[in-house]
Design a protein around this ligand. Structure first.
Ligand code: AMP
Length: 289
């Protein structure tokens, strides 16, 4: 496996890669969730490239950019063991040599959920993903449904700007007790780790009761009640939205692709999770209209 850390080396190497190129963009501190994306790419492509880049433009001023875990050597071992061919780990000032002046806004999709509670975050995601797509020129790119809103806006980006590649959404990988895997889980104290289970438990209960909700608002209120009784959890948002375009829902029915979304702080650590409330996955919703 090759480590590439400059743009010029990537440009030189790219034309030599055989066959279809699968791309897995990450911020490193890799876990089994990332590994599932790499496995999917290795299975479907002749060449797999994994990027490891903690993207400064998607962090707010008071967020954890400085302390985000950086474990390049361990990550490279994992990626190699999974059969990927290239790790691309550029320096920050190579990607952003100048102050960025191009900003993205995606009507309706970026003003809810994490877009609303992390101003500038979705813009940063779209900046880095566009840059990486241009540099890597993949045929397929793999994104986890853990970051549901992110993969939805990226699919919209690719569709509207005609990037010549296919986005492959991949299922959420969870710990055996249900907690969604995240690089940020390592920040949790043992007590916070136990308390964090309330997120996936609440979503699972909403799903189990999905035939009984009279309205999306009733489901949301039930979840908020459940979470407010949990020690250690400070809720950021809890929403039940249409999975196709993140629009508000009145009723919950399979045809609306209802998805429950949660974000909460455990101490200083912000975690997100989501769960479709319909029988999943019959089909992934096609891109937002
Ligand atoms: P990150 O390193 O957090 O930026 O994530 C890189 C990619 O891995 C994104 O497409 C995430 O959605 C995906 N990912 C992170 N955690 C998980 C998980 N638990 N299950 C599936 N995909 C994940």
């Amino acid at each position: 496996m090759q480590l590439i850390d400059t743009l010029s080396a990537l440009r030189q190497a790219r034309p030599k890669w055989p066959g279809s190129v699968g791309f897995v963009p990450t911020m490193g501190a890799l876990h089994e969730g990332h590994a599932s994306l790499v496995r999917a790419s290795v299975a479907e492509n002749e060449t797999t490239i994994v990027s490891i880049f903690v993207n400064p433009t998607q962090f707010g001023p008071n967020e954890d950019f400085g302390k985000y875990p950086r474990t390049l050597e361990r990550d490279m071992e994992l990626v190699k063991s999974l059969g990927a061919n290239v790790v691309f780990a550029p320096a920050s000032d190579a990607i952003y040599p100048k102050h960025t002046r191009i900003h993205f806004q995606i009507e309706q999709l970026d003003d809810v959920l994490c877009g609303a509670s992390r101003p500038g975050h979705m813009n940063g995601v779209l900046q880095i993903v566009s840059i990486l797509f241009n540099l890597v020129q993949p045929d397929k790119a793999y994104f986890g449904l853990k970051d549901y809103q992110q993969q939805l806006i990226i699919r919209r980006l690719v569709e509207e700007l005609h990037f010549p590649l296919q986005i492959v959404p991949c299922p959420i990988v969870r710990e055996s007790d249900g907690l969604a895997m995240s690089s940020r889980n390592r920040y949790l104290s043992p007590e916070e780790r136990r308390q964090a289970l309330a997120l996936s438990h609440t979503l699972t209960e909403l799903k189990a009761l999905r035939g009984t909700w009279k309205s999306a608002q009733a489901a949301r209120s039930h979840a908020i009640d459940m979470l407010s009784q949990q020690p250690g959890i400070v809720l950021d948002y809890m929403e039940v939205l249409d999975g196709r375009d993140l629009s508000p829902l009145t009723e919950i029915s399979d045809s609306h692709h209802p998805i429950a979304f949660v974000a909460a702080f455990l101490g200083k650590t912000r975690l997100i999770d989501n769960m479709p409330l319909w029988e999943y996955p019959p089909v992934l919703p096609t891109s937002a209209s």
